[in-house]
Structures are given as structure tokens and as C-alpha cells.
Design a protein around this ligand. Structure first.
Ligand code: DGY
Length: 329
């Protein structure tokens, strides 16, 4: 991989920062899609057909269709921690490494969760739109009242790295932390986060603010739907920084319109970048365009980590964040 003759071929599926491209071009032959929009699945499958490695984002679906012609592919490196865009079973069957970028985005994404929580609870978007529309005539005692964040109870669904980072932020606000996870956390982590493990139902009934941070897997599809929303308090907020498919957006619209819950904050959407009809018309919701990890420092770190993964795999070394670790013997 160090001599010109042995240079591997790499496909970069989306525009990346120049320093990343430079790193790759120094060691590989790079086919670069310099666009910010994803390719169609058929174009993606053509570009994957003749490369040894690919650098992709969470919007490129790596599945039977796109891998159909990828005879020499050894590694697909995601510039994302979530990897629901990968068919992991198929990649493993095909002996192709799959990698992701955990850790480097934990705090930035936790900040975003907290931002959405605060904005939703205190009606920031709604009141800014109202002000910009010229409706603000007087300060009034009962104007734009929100719900408190400090000393309330936060319920975190999915207590991985990001969930834990949200818990530590919540403690600084004097909040009580409860959580639900597929598996209960070791006692040391519960102690650090001062978090109490509860059932999904108890969390929904008890929390003043529900924060969704779990990975998207088929079992979590519409994990929060009509039944779950009905269990929540009418004063509660719901924040989703995980993946869109976790929330039934139609049921959420209904719950917000009928004040079954107080407000919501979303960074992710089931059909993103298309927004479910009706979501834009609901006033008591804060909407962000999947920017949980979007600071320059963090996105650079994600890109470099994804390149580290890619180059390690191509050099027959164990990638730092190998998802299908059973391939590493
Ligand atoms: C992630 O890293 O999973 C973010 O959601 C970006 O896709």
C-alpha cells in the first residue's frame, strides 16, 4: 500500500474536508464524489464495483443492491456512529469489514440533545417565530410559558455513551435521572450518572423529559408510538437525537396537536431529508436537520477516525472501530 504499484482503490461517496482527501490521495487511488448529495443506489453500486475500500456517510445504504457488483471490496467505513445504513449480516457474509466513528462525537451530540430539550421545554422556536412575525406587543405574565428543566426528571432511553453524557449534563441542572436500556448498566456507571434503571413504561409515565438516544434496529421501529405517547405526562417533552424510525411521526403530530404531551424536539426523521407531512405545521416542536454532531471540530474528528478505520482495514490491520468484529481472527 506504500508503493505506487500497490496503491489500493478507494471510493469516497460524499464531499469531505480537503485534509481528508489529501490523506487518502497520498496512499490510494481515489474515486471522489465531490457532491454533498448522495448518489442513487444504482450509481453507488457502480462506483463500489471496482474499489477495495469505501468511505461513506449514514445516508448511503450499503445493502444487497449497492454491494451487488462489489467483488473486491474489503472495507466500508461509515463517517457516523450509527450504522443502520449497513446490512451488517451481508457485509459479514461477504467478508467485508464495516466500521463506524464512536466516542469522538459523544459530547457534541449530548450537547445537541440538551439544546433540543431546553428549546422544546421553553418554546424557543415557537416564540422566536412569533416575535419575528411581529406578534410581540407587550410583556405578559402568562406569555409563552414553558416547563422547567432544572430539578425535573429526565428519562433517557438508550444509555450508551451519549445517553451517559446527557445524564451528567442533567445532574448539573439538579435533575433526577432515570433510564431504560436493553441491558441494565454496571453499578459503577449507574453511580457516576446517578441514574436509576426503570422499565420503559415507568420511564414514560414518570419522566418530565424523555430523551431518545438508542440505536435504530428493527425491534426499535416506532418504539415511541400512540400507546407510548399516551403514557407520557401532558407536561412532558420528547427529544429524538437517535434515528427517525424510532418515533411514529404521525402519532407524534397527533399527540402534540391534542396536548397529550407538551412539546418535542427532533434532529432525525424517518424519511429524512423529507419531512413527514404535518410536522412543519405543528407549533410546539423544535426541528433540526440532523446536526447532532455538526461542529467543525467533531466532524473533522469523525472524518479522520473514519479514514483511520479505512486505511487500517486496507493495510490488513484491525480497524480501531470494527463493527463486525467476528471477521477479525
Ligand atoms: C451519527 O454519527 O450516527 C450521526 O447521526 C450522523 O449520521
Amino acid at each position: 500500500m506504500t508503493t505506487n504499484l500497490a496503491k489500493p482503490k478507494i471510493f469516497v461517496a460524499r464531499q469531505i474536508f480537503p485534509e481528508g482527501l489529501e490523506r487518502l490521495r497520498a496512499v490510494a487511488e481515489v474515486d471522489y464524489n465531490d457532491q454533498t448529495a448522495p448518489l442513487s443506489p444504482s450509481d453507488l453500486s457502480i462506483r463500489l464495483a471496482h474499489v477495495d475500500g469505501a468511505l461513506v456517510t449514514g445516508s448511503e445504504k450499503i445493502d444487497a443492491q449497492t454491494l451487488g457488483q462489489a467483488a473486491r471490496l474489503k472495507i466500508v467505513s461509515n463517517i457516523a456512529v450509527g450504522f443502520n445504513n449497513f446490512d451488517i449480516q451481508l457485509l459479514t457474509e461477504k467478508n467485508i469489514f464495516a466500521t463506524n466513528t464512536p466516542d469522538v462525537l459523544t459530547d457534541t451530540t449530548a450537547d445537541m440533545g440538551f439544546l433540543l430539550l431546553m428549546a422544546a421545554a421553553r418554546r424557543l422556536s415557537e416564540s422566536e417565530h412569533w416575535l419575528r412575525a411581529g406578534h410581540w406587543k407587550n410583556w405578559s405574565l402568562g406569555g409563552m410559558m414553558g416547563v422547567d428543566i432544572h430539578h425535573s426528571t429526565i428519562g433517557i432511553m438508550g444509555m450508551g455513551r451519549i445517553g451517559q453524557a446527557i445524564a451528567t449534563r442533567a445532574l448539573a441542572f439538579g435533575m433526577t435521572v432515570i433510564y431504560y436500556n436493553r441491558r441494565r448498566l454496571p453499578e459503577e456507571i449507574e453511580t457516576v450518572c446517578q441514574a436509576r434503571y426503570v422499565s420503559k413504561e415507568e420511564l414514560l409515565k414518570t419522566a418530565d423529559h424523555v430523551m431518545l438516544v438508542m440505536p435504530y434496529v428493527p425491534e426499535n421501529h416506532h418504539f415511541i408510538a400512540k400507546k407510548e405517547l399516551a403514557l407520557m405526562k401532558p407536561t412532558a417533552t420528547l427529544v429524538n437525537i437517535a434515528r427517525g424510525g424510532i418515533v411514529d411521526e404521525n402519532a407524534l403530530i397527533h399527540a402534540l396537536q391534542h396536548q397529550q404531551i407538551f412539546s418535542a424536539g427532533l434532529d432525525v426523521y424517518e424519511g429524512e431529508p423529507n419531512i413527514y407531512p404535518g410536522l412543519l405545521d405543528v407549533p410546539n416542536i423544535v426541528l433540526a436537520p440532523h446536526i447532532g454532531s455538526a461542529t467543525k471540530k467533531t466532524r473533522l474528528a469523525m472524518m479522520h477516525l473514519a479514514i483511520d478505520n479505512l486505511l487500517a482495514g486496507l493495510n490488513q490491520q484491525r480497524p480501531p472501530h470494527l463493527i463486525n468484529s467476528e471477521l477479525w481472527k
